[in-house]
Ligand binder design. Sequence first.
Ligand code: PA5
Length: 445
Amino acid sequence: MKNPDVSKTLGFVPEADLDALRADAEYSNALLHTGEGKGSDFLGWVNLPSSITPGFLAEIKATAATLRSLAEVVVVIGIGGSYLGTKAVLEALGDPFAVLKKERRDPEILFAGHTISEDYMASLMEAVEGRSLAAVVISKSGTTTEPAIAFRIIKQEIEKRYGADGAAKRIVAITDARRGALKSVADGAGYKTFVIPDDVGGRFSVLTPVGLLPLAVAGIDIDAFVAGAQKMEAATAAGVPFAQNPAAIYAAARYALYQKGYKIELLAAYEPGLQYFAEWWKQLYGESEGKEGKGIFPAGVIFSTDLHSMGQYIQEGERTLFETVISVASSHHRVTIERAADDGDGLNFLAGRRIGEVNHMAELGTMLAHVDGGVPNIRIEIPKIDEMALGELVYFFEKACGISGYLLGVNPFDQPGVEAYKRNMFALLEKPGYEAATAEIKKRL
Ligand code: PA5
């Protein structure tokens, strides 16, 4: 991955502003390594890629192989950081039409526990009927309601089909080493378990078993994914000067824009497979920075699709947006536009050219149009979408998020605001212990 190109922010932010942030960005990066910044109990992700051993990857792959041999469908249960990283990588690397292709050999990965939709759950249970089944249940706290409900339902189904002993072979739990209801259930039932380290928060956990096990089950090359992250860990290490540190450059550019009133960041990509990568990124930045009345609002768009829905606003709406584009240099496939004898659609000027070239020109044209319209642009180029590039991108965005949080002056590793809805939901559901809150909240409805 090249350094982010921030040249198209310079008409909006004086170069001097960016230069003034160099030392702060380097210092913020250093804090992530010395542990002297806010939230320092949650810095386990910083040196995580380089601490992953071949032995650990072998254990993950062996467990994945067992699940692959036992099940046509593996339900991955989790929410937030326990779900989005896996979903992002699978969507980016997956074939969107795999379901129609007979040569598929990998188990189907279905997600549950990221929603409490009754219809979604009912539909999922119908889909697994008649197909051999296994589950990976992921919750760091082990107490999150959404995955706990989904797990109860899936676990009962697996036990009904295969008995308690069969279920113990088909269910893997990824949770805290000591605490939480999931840990007790897993120990009691004898499930294989993997640990989410104490010092790695959910949204920074895709390079732990949280992401690695489901990805290995799906047939993803986790060695290459981890190698990509290791490469980026080295590229952004403590002491790497600002000008060579891609994470510091990105963090400084977006913070300089934020200071000038650009409060919404659109992560844009021209590959639909990156849609969930933007969802993962939204959680990473939204939950890490949105606090104390501060923070850039993260949004995601896929172009050119969304140019036909959001394009008008981006071009001419309120000038508080900036764009960060993940630019993919080459496609895996070639599709060429052929000459047509009649040229009824007027497209013969494109004859012999690849669709990817059209997409690339759409990207460059959009960048210039948006810059002309008042939307600063940061461009992050990757060679192609593969495991290595995604591993690099994941660690790049994590490191930049830590630096960004420190530039903003917040603790990027907590999420106190997430509790408010839970308290109300439990009060409304009359959970034992919430009696007073139940009486209060019912008066407000
Ligand atoms: O980043 C975070 O910490 C959160 O988004 C969590 O990942 C999410 O709330 C799920 O929590 P848990 O894994 O404890 O079920």
